[in-house]
Design a protein around this ligand. Structure first.
Ligand code: ADP
Length: 319
């Protein structure tokens, strides 16, 4: 394989730049030319493609976001549109494509590979919502961003002896909520994967108040309810001063942590190795037990999430 391309797609995540940098520089070290596609599949269809050299990826390893930009491209769900994309890649001499993104982007890569081009997905999403892998790029940075905010909220909540409800990202996957609750010392965590009793929560908050705790912190994943609504409920039910904080898009930004940069660099290398060693394939790379591995995209997308009930119970035991 002499020429490959790389794009970022779907929601951005800190560490995507480190992954692209690794793909570009490792491929060049193996004598492979690399094209960068801007704005995901949308940019591919519109020919937003440039040659990347070592300097093209200078000074991006510590920058959040994605310098290639990202976009959603709904028409990519149509076969005839993917056929056009394949023709564009073929015309440019591209034999392999690396896609950094989430499950939607991987599905696009899998379907594109059916035309006869190799594709490899690198997991980039802050939610950690890809069950085939222990880890997705951006999760660690987002987690630390949440913890930084929680730390600041603790100061003001303690001074006013308030209850804080912090809503974090995670529509179907509560990992950001779960891990930030554990690392932030929350009274409770509410996730989409597990039922939750609001009356018990109120009782727990009252108990901790009785134990002279100055404030209570509850972490709520966005897919499990609304912070505003829960705040109103607690205030009306037990009369404690309660405030909602919705962290929103702040969680997507920031300097990627060392862990995200290291994982991104390792997975970028692996993606290139797969393209160089396999015939036409559709693979994903991921992390299992701290090691980089790969598997077929088709298999990876079938794997269902296994909720970590032990971790959930631990949060509740460490209150
Ligand atoms: P993520 O990759 O973060 O899950 P999306 O679900 O928005 O984000 O998917 C990103 C892009 O991947 C979409 O805009 C579309 O171009 C492509 N894509 C998503 N689902 C499919 C699909 N079923 N078939 C083909 N392409 C898809």
């Amino acid at each position: 394989m002499k020429k490959i391309a790389v794009l970022t797609s779907g929601g951005d995540a800190p560490g995507m730049n480190a992954a692209v940098r690794s793909v570009v520089r490792y491929a060049l070290s193996q004598g492979v030319e690399v094209l960068g596609i801007h704005r995901g599949y949308h940019g591919l269809l519109h020919g937003e493609i440039e040659v990347l050299n070592r300097r093209s990826v200078s000074d991006i390893i510590d920058r959040g976001g994605t310098f290639l930009k990202t976009a959603r491209c709904l028409e990519f769900k149509h076969e005839e549109v993917r056929a056009q994309a394949y023709e564009i890649l073929k015309e440019k001499g591209v034999e392999g494509l690396v896609v950094v993104g989430g499950d939607g982007s991987f599905m696009g890569a899998y379907l594109l590979s059916k035309f006869g081009i190799s594709t490899v997905g690198i997991p980039g999403t802050i939610d950690n919502d890809l069950p085939y892998t222990d880890y997705t790029i951006g999760f660690d940075t987002a987690l630390n961003t949440i913890l930084d905010s929680v730390r600041k909220l603790r100061d003001t909540s303690s001074s006013h002896e308030r209850v804080s409800i912090v809503e974090v990202m995670g529509r179907n996957c509560g990992d950001l909520a779960l891990y930030s609750a554990l690392a932030g010392g929350a009274e409770a965590v509410i996730v989409p994967e597990y039922p939750f009793n609001r009356e018990e929560l109120c009782q727990r908050i009252l108990d901790s108040k009785k134990n002279n705790k100055l404030h209570s912190l509850v972490i709520l994943a966005e897919g499990a309810g609304s912070a505003e609504e829960l705040t109103k409920y607690i205030q009306e039910k037990i009369g404690l001063d309660t405030r909602a904080t919705v962290l929103g898009h702040i969680q997507r930004g920031g300097i990627p942590t060392a862990r995200d940069r290291v994982m991104a660099s390792l997975m970028g290398k692996k993606a290139v190795d797969i393209l160089l060693k396999n015939g036409v394939c559709a693979k994903v790379v991921g992390i299992k037990d701290n090691l980089v591995f790969d598997m077929d995209i088709e298999e990876a997308l079938k794997i269902e999430k296994n909720f970590d009930k032990d971790l959930y119970d631990l949060v509740n035991k460490l209150v």
